[in-house]
Design a protein around this ligand. Structure first.
Ligand code: HH2
Length: 299
């Protein structure tokens, strides 16, 4: 079976678009690699005086992505880029809820990108399906919120916290440590009642270029174990990140889509189930072409 035929599955405690009812809830199944589109509800898109224009523009982007075949939209109201300043829960909710409410019922999966349990809880009530938490559900309340609602979660690895994580990241064996952490966290949160998880090595979150390259080369290992029958699906998210500048010399983040496509195509071929990008519709096209060319290399 090649990467484009490889089956993936997430389960939920409530109906989500495209899922079917099973004995353990609602199962969402897909083959190969799908795309998560980034929808940032940050001050740039909701600036004072242009709030409705901002919302309309974000909705137009969301619908364009959906129509291009994007599988899931990741809605975030707080930047987690290196050096980013935190925002409070009320501000974050003000930014994300209008988008979630407007997109509910539009036949697209919705993920809430947040580190705050109170934001996740309100977003799930408003219609989000999955919680994407870059801290790996570090706050026990986040585990309770996901388990209570029956929401799937993305567990990401991060060394340190966003403000300071790039100061001096250090590991013994980065792949063993990151994969070990993700597998242990997955077992813990599922034991606490979260129905299913995506695993994300957290490219750029407390990692040097060498750390990121090692993790990217090892996506296949993360995607295939430890349970080879039903491994937790892997999410890779490196769209427009500094890593691409360090490899290819592209200082302006908006110019990094070609590098982003190359990097996420690599992740797809290694068995990633989902890739998170800004240029999401374009990535759907790239993946469709790549899938048509895929040949059977594994049994
Ligand atoms: N990276 C960012 C945000 N959310 N979620 C996951 N699961 N994995 C990631 O690597 C990840 C993420 C990047 O930070 P942000 O400041 O939100 O920038 P953007 O959303 O424009 O990529």
């Amino acid at each position: 079976m090649n990467w484009a035929q490889r089956p993936h599955r997430l389960t939920f405690g409530f109906p989500v678009p495209g899922a079917e009812k099973t004995g353990e809830g609602w199962a969402l199944r897909w083959a190969g690699c799908r795309v998560m589109g980034i929808l940032n509800a940050t001050p740039d898109s909701f600036s004072d005086g242009g709030r409705h224009l901002g919302l309309d523009a974000a909705l137009a982007t969301a619908r364009r992505m959906r129509d291009a075949g994007v599988f899931m939209l990741d809605i975030g109201g707080e930047s987690t880029r290196p050096g980013a300043e935190p925002v409070d829960a009320a501000t974050e909710l003000d930014r994300v809820l209008p988008l979630i409410r407007a997109l509910t019922g539009e036949n697209v999966l919705l993920s809430i990108d947040t580190m705050k349990p109170e934001v996740a809880a309100e977003a799930l009530k408003a219609g989000a399906h999955l919680v994407n938490d870059v801290t790996g559900l570090r706050d026990p309340d986040m585990v309770r919120v996901c388990a209570g609602a029956g929401a799937a979660a993305c567990i990401m690895h991060m060394q340190g916290e966003p403000r300071t994580m790039q100061h001096q990241p250090t590991y013994g064996d980065v792949v063993a440590e990151v994969h070990g952490y993700l597998r242990q966290r997955a077992a813990e949160v599922k034991a606490a009642g979260v129905p299913s998880v995506l695993l994300d090595p957290g490219i750029g979150f407390g990692k040097t270029l060498e750390h990121n390259l090692s993790l990217l080369r090892a996506v296949g290992d993360l995607a295939s174990g430890p349970d080879p029958v039903l491994p937790d699906p892997v999410l890779l998210a490196a769209s427009r990140k500094k890593t691409i500048d360090l490899i290819a010399g592209v200082p302006n983040a908006a110019d990094r889509d070609p590098g982003s496509f190359a990097l996420h195509l690599h992740a797809a071929r290694q068995g990633a189930a989902l890739v998170r990008l800004h240029a999401a519709g374009e990535m759907v096209q790239a993946l469709r072409v790549e899938a048509a060319l895929a040949v059977d290399v594994e049994s």
